[in-house]
Ligand binder design. Structure first.
Ligand code: TXE
Length: 488
């Protein structure tokens, strides 16, 4: 069995215990993962705190920090095939996706490398004589970065990049599901030459690792990606250390197709919008809203494409949909489909887990037009399941699009420019894609509201989230300050 290690204070170690990681393609153990518990978490936070307060890190210029991040970007790019193979093995995400995504992760580090020495304060035209007043943007301190199993290298890059550019230090907690790529990534942090304690990479379970980390008194900011239930526990913990939080919690994103849209284009975007990453994607376009006059034609295209998808082992370049990451996830999908069928939904295709080894589930389309109370419409599947609702008018489309507690992403397909603008204004979501879907970039902010969380990852603003403002007042007069208690 392969073995992995924790990375704490610049050293690799085995952890308090080891746990087995299952290969989602076979359902059998393939590696032993190190488990961080209270002692390891405390040591990681202490190391990050020491590195923040003393040692070489706080004395580095922002430009030097940027150079280190640039070196990390180069190392990630060079190691992309190895990291991609590990992510595929440990999470079941197909190799086609992990290879492309990890190469792009390098661009995120590159973007924040360039940004490090562009995080500026401001000089203030203050309303008092003989005063110079300016602000400094200083790093908040120790960041707890917590990621779920899907796209761990990507989800950590959007936290680590801006946090390190800003001058913070980090304890990065990989998910207990599929942590291999992040534990391997720790070796690149080491090789890049970050001082000990600046980045610590651990993994472990929610109650014994994540819980301890998020309430630690020396944690200043928590950057969390995961489910809303866990986010509530994290926010409750932040009442202990009063750490600031940024939360990215997934969605139930509407994918709206008007009758005037290019239906072939929209169908291709919808297929990748929901079935890429086997649906385990926060931005999955999981709620199709289709205008009634084209419903039958559009569903026929989708059904044909969904049924033609090649489901196979994730390490084959020809595979288009691989297994889910865990059996837990597959059981949740099965239960939600069963409850939705009982509530009146009908299957267009899929719906039954594949028999045989591994956690496979086929692309599934569930028509909920006659089942307004189906749980499929409100609960995030985090799997390859698309729900369908029908609308007649633009107002109905808006009403349905916003009929969710989530607010992460959305897609609008229409040939009308004026309608596109109206929809952009009306949809409540952090991202609106028009006649496209799933595009992301380090340059573009990303995040949501409501149950989808808050805060933005990507772009300049994300780096500012890891800073705090210090205001400096400097008196420029050489005259002595008069005694305030002498009457004049
Ligand atoms: O994620 P969790 P789960 C949604 C998706 C999924 C559901 C549950 O719908 O079905 O959430 O997924 C750590 N304190 N998304 O249970 O629990 C945990 O160890 C601190 C959407 O796998 O949120 C892991 O590292 N940390 C989503 C991380 O939190 C704790 C991505 C995420 O796990 C903790 C994933 C605690 N008390 C799931 N308990 C998206 N935004 O894309 C657990 N953790």
């Amino acid at each position: 069995m392969h073995r992995f290690q924790l990375y704490i204070d610049g050293s690799f170690e085995d952890g308090a215990a080891q746990f087995e990681s299952l290969d989602p393609a076979t359902g059998t153990p393939w590696a032993l993962m190190p488990e961080a518990r209270e002692d390891e978490v405390n040591r990681a936070v202490e190391a990050a705190h020491r590195a923040f307060r003393s040692g070489p890190w706080p004395r580095l210029t922002a430009t030097a920090r940027g150079k280190l991040l640039m070196k990390l970007a180069d190392l990630v790019l060079a190691a992309a095939p190895r990291l991609a193979a590990l992510e595929t093995r440990d999470t079941g995400k197909i190799i086609r996706e992990t290879s492309a995504q990890i190469a792009y992760v390098a661009d995120y580090y590159r973007y924040y490398a360039g940004l490090a020495d562009k995080i500026e304060g401001a000089h203030l035209p203050i309303d008092k004589p003989d005063m110079e007043v300016w602000t400094r943007r200083e790093p908040v301190g120790v960041v707890a970065a917590i990621v779920p199993w899907n796209s761990q290298l990507f989800l950590s890059a959007v936290k680590l990049g801006p946090a390190l550019a800003a001058g913070c230090t980090v304890v990065l907690k990989a998910s207990e599901d599929g942590p291999a790529p992040l534990l391997e990534f720790a070796r690149l942090i080491h090789e890049a030459g970050f001082p000990p304690g600046v980045v610590n990479v651990i993994t472990g379970f929610g109650p014994t690792c994540g819980h301890v980390l998020t309430r630690h008194p020396k944690v200043a900011h928590i950057a969390f990606t995961g489910g809303p239930g866990t986010a509530r526990a994290v926010v409750r913990n932040s009442a202990e250390n009063l750490a600031s939080t940024s939360l990215e919690l997934g969605g139930k994103s509407p994918f709206i197709v008007f009758a005037d849209a290019d239906l072939d284009s929209a169908a291709n975007a919808q297929v990748s919008g929901i079935f890429a990453a086997t649906g385990q994607s926060c931005v999955a376009g999981s709620r199709l809203l289709i205008q009634r006059s084209v419903k039958e034609a559009f569903l026929a295209k989708l059904k044909a494409k969904a049924e033609a998808i090649r489901i196979a082992a994730p390490d084959l370049m020809t595979t288009e949909v691989g297994p889910l990451c865990t059996q837990r996830q597959r059981s949740h999908i099965e239960a939600t489909i069963a409850a939705s069928l009982a509530a009146g939904a009908t299957l267009v295709t899929g719906g039954q887990a594949l028999t045989g080894p591994g956690f496979y589930f086929p692309p599934t389309i569930l028509d909920c037009s006659d089942a307004p109370n189906a749980p499929a419409l409100s609960q995030e599947f985090f799997g390859p399941v698309l729900t369908v609702l029908t609308f007649d008018t633009e107002d109905q489309a808006i009403e349905l699009a916003n009929d969710t507690q989530y607010g992460l992403a959305s897609g609008v397909f229409t040939a009308s420019l004026t309608r596109a603008h109206r929809m952009i204004r009306a949809i409540r979501a952090g991202v609106v894609w028009v006649n496209t879907y799933r595009a992301v970039s380090p340059i573009a902010p990303f995040g949501g509201h409501g149950l989808s969380g808050n805060g933005r990852e990507g772009g300049l603003a994300a780096a500012l989230d890891y800073t705090t403002t210090k205001t400096v007042w400097l008196r420029t007069s050489d005259d002595p300050i008069p005694d305030p208690f002498v009457m004049r």
